[in-house]
Design a binder for this molecule. Structure first.
Ligand code: SAH
Length: 470
């Protein structure tokens, strides 16, 4: 196979990044945007010895798993959606298979055991008037840049790049985003406020963060700037504040030369510095810097499952590691004796403590720090202060970022001998790695289920219950 060769391929599989996989005379090609079942014409872009990458040029025969037309005209270019052209029920099957595959291959969980313990993936209902779920995200971070003519633009990064594809109307985001972005772009043009330029590390406005409380209809806008103040900021605040639901307008100061979007200092421009939202009947205050699940409809299902898996009766001591603003902790606290939450971001812990207060929850306590430092420290201190007696937990819930848990943390968790460990994961590969360790240390998978928090992307959330072997 050679670069620039045109080939006809039938797509037989889906790769981990959602791309189509097909073979030409035994040679494997990965083709972005090709859907399993398609017959396509593709151009080879990169040819390695045993496999290559090709660009989809023409669909000769569309797959039955392909939608007639993508809802978003940018779907192929934009890096946000990877599988928008795949029918939603096929997306769900792909995600469930991905979780199962990781657990068996990386986690070395016996297939027979999984067949018994794994429950069907929890999908999302379709949106009003559409065949598939859209407009589910309550949070979006739009990069601000300049086009060739010098106009301020915003949109999304093209896949694996930092070049901005202009788009103020993302099909995954809240519908109100567009009005807010147009208002900000017009303001910047009018007052000649420069967009930030990543390569030169010059200019002012880097990103716009928008959060929308689907239940409360409250809106937060936070402009990330490479400077201390926004010229004519009050004028912008006035214009934005008339949008229905506007609750919080802030600046985030980020003067670093970095890929990290948010800066750590938050300054108020107008209104509160947080918005409020509900999951189930628990009320949450959310600050610009705090983590909050992006799909509230599916999150309610996810937390409901985590709670069910925890099997609480009211007598339990529970740890919620990587607790964010205490979302899962407060769900658990209503059914447990005592909950301890651990989280690395100080502002999130401030939110968590406050959230306990506004919900009248008194049996939740929060610690700032790395889970892999706080828990072992607590365990050691406890032993010293209690004459050698070991700290015990009845249930431990973990919800780590993609990199999963450190092995030292898994060891302390096991040392605390919880009856149950509920592992909530946004990356089933690291979940599988950690499950392997926990199985070796005396825990077994009791239940496991994928939840689709992110339709049209290749990401999937998983909840796994492990019980201590008797
Ligand atoms: N359970 C929460 C948050 C989950 S996201 C919810 O559902 O809303 C993961 C959280 O882990 C983030 O809030 C992140 O700030 C935090 N985090 C990342 N690394 C950490 C570490 N080493 N120790 C503790 N928390 C960490």
């Amino acid at each position: 196979m050679q670069k620039n060769e045109m080939v006809t391929v039938t797509i037989e599989d889906i790769g981990v990044n959602g791309e189509g996989i097909g073979k030409v005379d035994g040679y494997t090609l990965f083709i972005k945007d090709a859907i399993i079942g398609d017959m396509v014409e593709a151009k080879v872009m990169k040819a390695k010895k045993n496999y290559g990458y090709a660009r989809l040029m023409r669909i000769i025969e569309p797959s039955r798993e392909r939608v007639e037309e993508a809802v978003c005209p940018m779907a192929r270019k934009c890096g946000g959606c990877q599988i928008q052209e795949m029918k939603y029920d096929r997306q769900l099957r792909f995600k469930e298979d991905k979780v199962r595959g990781n657990l068996t291959r990386i986690g070395e969980v016996p297939e027979k055991l999984l067949a018994e313990k794994m429950e069907p993936i929890v999908g999302m209902e379709s949106s009003e008037g559409l065949e598939q779920p859209f407009h589910y995200r309550n949070k979006a971070q739009f990069p601000i840049g300049t086009d060739k003519e010098g106009h301020v633009i915003t949109g999304f990064y093209a896949g694996r790049t930092h070049s901005i594809i202009p788009n103020t109307d993302c099909a995954l985001g809240a519908k109100v985003n567009e009005e807010i972005l147009k208002c900000i772009l017009a303001f910047m043009e009018e007052y000649r406020i420069p967009a930030y330029d990543e390569t030169l590390h010059r200019g002012l406005v880097r990103h716009v963060l928008i959060r929308y409380g689907f239940r409360t209809k409250e809106i937060m806008v936070c402009l990330v700037i490479n400077g201390n103040t926004l010229p004519h900021g009050q004028e912008l605040a006035e214009r934005l504040s008339v949008i229905e639901g506007m609750t919080s307008i802030t600046l985030s100061i980020n003067k670093e030369k970095t890929n990290v979007i948010m800066g750590n200092t938050i300054k108020s421009l107008w209104g509160q510095t947080y918005i409020t939202d509900y999951i189930g009947d628990v009320k949450y205050q959310i600050s610009p810097l705090s983590f909050y699940q992006v799909n509230p409809v599916q999150t309610e299902k996810l937390y409901g499952m985590a709670l069910e898996y925890a099997g609480l009766t009211g007598d339990e001591t529970v740890w919620d590691l990587y607790c964010g603003i205490g979302t899962i902790s407060l769900f658990l606290a209503k059914k447990a004796k005592q909950v301890y939450g651990v989280e690395i971001i100080p502002q999130a812990i401030e939110d968590a403590r406050n959230n306990a207060k506004i919900n009248g929850i008194e049996n939740a306590e929060f610690y700032v720090g790395k889970a892999e430092e706080v828990l072992p420290q607590y365990y050691a201190d406890y032993e010293r202060e209690h004459g050698g007696e070991k700290a015990h937990a009845d249930v431990i819930v973990v919800d780590p970022p993609r990199k999963g848990c450190e092995e030292s943390l898994l060891q302390t968790m096991v040392d605390m001998q919880p009856e149950r460990i509920v592992y909530v994961s946004c990356d089933s590969a690291t979940l599988a790695r950690d499950v392997k360790v926990l199985r070796e240390k005396g825990y077994e998978i009791e239940r496991v289920r994928a939840v689709d928090q992110f339709p049209h992307t290749v990401h999937v959330e998983t909840v796994c219950l492990l019980s201590r072997n008797k």
